[in-house]
Design a protein around this ligand. Structure first.
Ligand SMILES: Nc1ncnc2c1ncn2[C@@H]1O[C@H](COP(=O)(O)OP(=O)(O)OP(=O)(O)O)[C@@H](O)[C@H]1O
Length: 262
């Protein structure tokens, strides 16, 4: 049963790809409820189905068994209702559009009028600390700024659900720390529900209210860890025994699912 507060509810969800080399079980028997306001990280070795799960939520991929609901709707209806924003691994901004024109894109698709677009763009640039950069082109910004711009674009039409697939994976550690901190503040301020894919244990522990540990062949959920950390988290929290204890649990969960190569 789907509880009223469930944003994503997966029941015995499976997805098998038919390939020339035979079936690939990208997801099998996934049961998961993501509640409104959760910050959920998905962690696990390459090929355990993290991206596939996000793509099923976003209706970019069709599940083959079980069921999934997004805000009580099918993925297709949720997509049509613009239930989510999606942030891809690379910033994926259009190079021929300025930052503000990139942020405007979903608003244009949604049929926002010129004034509403302008207002939303200014709000979003402010939210990700990029006010004053709207007229720049993506290549004029650093990698971290580009990723912030793509977060602004994903948030532009105010979807309650944000899907983020390793958004900071390609950035150096200092920039990543900074963006992690900003993302947490943004989540706190907006009360969005966030699904976040990462390969990094510290990143998952720092950001999440819940950590979903996955394992491959077939891709499945092996552990769901509830964070005991407070909502407000300075970066220094990563040195506390409580943080290290959760990180340890995640590491053990990954080991139990075996073949974690990193
Ligand atoms: N379109 C596709 N056709 C065939 N197989 C696919 C397709 N997309 C993904 N797969 C396979 O499904 C499995 C899960 O892939 P997925 O990309 O979801 O894993 P992941 O956990 O996100 O990996 P990574 O951490 O490397 O991004 C892998 O074995 C992958 O090769």
């Amino acid at each position: 049963m789907t509880s009223a507060a469930s944003v994503v509810s997966a029941r015995d969800l499976g997805l098998t790809f038919d390939t020339n080399d035979g079936p690939v079980h990208a997801l099998a028997g996934v049961n998961l409820d993501i509640r409104k306001g959760d910050f959920v990280s998905f962690i696990g070795p390459s090929g355990c189905g993290k991206t596939t799960f996000l793509r099923v939520i976003a209706d970019l991929e069709k599940h083959t068994t079980g069921s999934i609901e997004i805000n009580g709707m099918t993925p297709e209806n949720a997509r049509l209702a613009r239930a989510y924003g999606y942030v891809f691994q690379a910033a994926a901004l259009y190079p021929w559009r300025t930052i503000e024109k990139n942020i405007a894109l979903p608003l244009e698709i949604m049929g926002y009028g010129a004034d509403d677009q302008k207002r939303r763009i200014a709000e979003m640039l402010d939210l990700v600390n990029l006010s004053g950069f709207g007229k720049k082109y993506p290549w004029q910004l650093s990698g971290g700024m580009q990723q912030r711009a793509s977060i602004a674009r994903a948030l532009a039409f105010d979807a309650d659900l944000l899907l983020m697939d390793e958004p900071f994976g390609a950035l150096d550690e200092i920039v990543r720390d900074h963006l992690n901190e900003q993302l947490l503040k943004l989540w706190d301020k907006t009360n969005k529900t966030i699904c976040f894919v990462t390969h990094s244990i510290p990143e998952a522990v720092y950001l999440s209210t819940r950590i979903v540990v996955m394992s491959p062949r077939p891709g499945r959920v092996t552990d769901v860890i509830e964070s005991t950390l407070p909502r407000e988290r300075p970066l220094e929290i990563r040195d506390t025994p409580e943080f290290l204890e959760i990180a340890h649990r995640v590491r053990e969960g990954l080991k139990a699912g075996h073949s974690y190569e990193e």
